[in-house]
Design a protein around this ligand. Sequence first.
Ligand code: ADP
Ligand code: MG
Length: 795
Amino acid sequence: AAMVKETIRVYARVKPLGRQQQAGIYSVDDDEKSLSSLEIIVPRDLADGFVNNKRESYKFKFQKIFDQEAKQDVVFDSIAKPVAECVLAGYNGTIFAYGQTGSGKTFTITGGAERYSDRGIIPRTLSYIFDQLQKDSSKVYTTYVSYLEIYNECGYDLLDPRHEASRLEDLPKVTIMEDPDQNIHLKNLSLQQATNEEEALNLLFLGDTNRMIAETPMNQASTRSHCIFTIHISSKEPGSATIQHSKLHLVDLAGSERVAKTGVGGHLLTEAKYINLSLHYLEQVIIALAEKKRSHIPYRNSMMTSVLRDSLGGNCMTTMIATLSIDQRNIDESIATCRFAQRVALIKNEAVLNEEIDPRLMIVQLKKEIQELKDELALVTGKQRTSELSQEELLRLDELLETFLEDNDPDSTLDVGADMRKIKYCFIHVKQLMNHSKISDKKLLSQYIPEEKETNKETGEELKKLKELLQQRDNEINILYILVNMLKKEKKKAQNALFQLNAASACSTVLDQSPPINLEESQSPSSWFSLKEAKDFSSSVHRLPFLSRKTGGKMSLGCQEAFEVFKQDHADSITIEDNKQLLKQKFAEAKCLGEKLNEVRIKINHLKGEITQRHVQRAALAVSSPSEELNTLDPVEEKLRTQIEEEKKSYKAMFNRVKGLKVEIEHLQLLIEKVKMKLQKDFEVWWSEETINLQQEKPELVSSPNTMTVYPQFIKSSQHLSTNSFSDTTRVSPNEDPAGKNNSITSSDPTLKTRAPPSSRTSIPLTGDSQADADILAFIKARQNILQKEGKSCQ
Ligand code: ADP
Ligand code: MG
């Protein structure tokens, strides 16, 4: 806190002489720059005949000396205004007037009653302070006034509003209280709030009236009592919890005149004693304060010194006005007053800014700040933030936490958002779960010792269940593995096969032409049985290992075509087709089951999740409100478990069905393979026979225009049909190959197309063998079918 350290300022004011008074000899040396000095001359020869042995001249230093002509406004401006400013700034201040009765103390402090211009320091200070408070809107000020009269070591509240008081004793008595920190509190002294100058002046008038009424010739209150008018100011900046308190004591002391010791005159100045005892104690305090070595200051000796303790040698800006009535008869008193003032001038005071933090205001301020922050948060998040989380939010948090705790992924994180309430809730929740598991561990441990067998049994059952679950999972994985492997194998086989089934293969169209089963491939287990796999699989059965061996991986187009035709009429083909359809069905069924299995699995997992959530909720509940009910079985959980068991049953049933299907599928595959191989073998035998027959028995037919009419068209259509993979393979032209070593020629000759126009007539090279002839006829018929077909597609 700011501190002002300075000596008590001491001023002197000389009262104008009355009409009857003879002026004493004094001179004022008023230096504007430094201290002023007052010189008082004591005449050697006194009128009453006594000889004065003392010095003639006495010099005293004052801050400023106000001579007889000095007006109230000047006195106020010089003496009171600076103190009032300090008080407005938060420091304590005291102005006290000291002097003999009739020297002008009351006139200076309160003022004369006749003229407005005679207003003293109190009304002028009040006027000035309220003026300043009104000008300053940066702070909130509160002002109170109190008016205390001390007479005969008794305090009286002059601001008692009951006007019936006619004696000083009728006024409320004010007593001094000292708290453990040795702070002085004045009990019964009323603090009257004055919100403006008028109210404050009314209070001053009330106090002065009470003071006047209470005075009697007997108590000589105006002479023997001290009056302390105090202005209390507290100020606070808006929004701040810091309050400044300050008070300004305006003190009208009792008359400082002393009484002469009985005896010989001429010793008045040194031996005189205070009429007022409390002034005696005031002087003692001042003497003590002036002596630097003195550690004990006798403040407690009188009420007056107790009240003014802060103003003398303490936390205060203190000013003293020595009022002097320098007529010839009062020279001694004037000198005494000046001597007292000189000692007071030595006292150093340390004025400290009186600040304190009001806890109530602090609470109000913090509450306001919290509300502001909440509003800001609501603005940022777009949500009104209440201190409580909603039931929905709590459930959501439970779920998130559950998922997080069960997730084995080390990278998994728990993200509840930037909300401290949610984060705190999760921590509390985890703590509860941990405590719960600890408790159950303990329970298990305590149960272990006396109930070993039962625990073992329980554990055994649990272990058995787990083993079963493990076995079940293993089975699932196994069947998955088998199915995938099976499909892979078939795929590989198909790739190795000679026949890449495409448009040229009639077999492949079986699946291609079948109504599309609209099932998209997915990552789900249902894709175990995707259509693509089924296709790959089914196509893989159409391979011709014998043919591929003979032709070195490639078969002539003619042979291909021939095979197709041969196959179409072969009885085994029907078997193959039937089996393929069956296989397709089985695949579809397996796929469907796979999907269902997956669904059941998801359902089971979901039910398990529900049970876990149930556990967590009950655990939380057990911590927050333990009750025996929670230790019993949870009916909801039991129901969930039953559901799981049912789901597991259906899972097992379906799983077994899939297993059965797998066997069926494998069997069908083998069956198809077997029939296919037989078909190929038959064809190969037939084909080789036909080739030989054609070459040996009817060589002329080959070159005959009639037969030729068939081939160019055939070649053309074949070329057209063939895909790129067959582009450099050739047409079927067994009769164009005279060597008969190979069934194919290396390149197709486009000129062949124009060699001869197509003829509708076909010469048939019959063998004479009825079976062979029938075959050949069938072969040629098939070729014609193909030609017709291709002719259509060409147009
Ligand atoms: P005290 O309070 O010290 O006993 P007062 O203030 O009552 O003395 O003054 C005594 C008389 O002198 C009063 O009538 C007062 O009006 C008058 N008086 C005192 N000082 C002045 C002054 N500076 N100018 C004019 N009159 C004064
Ligand atoms: Mg007076």
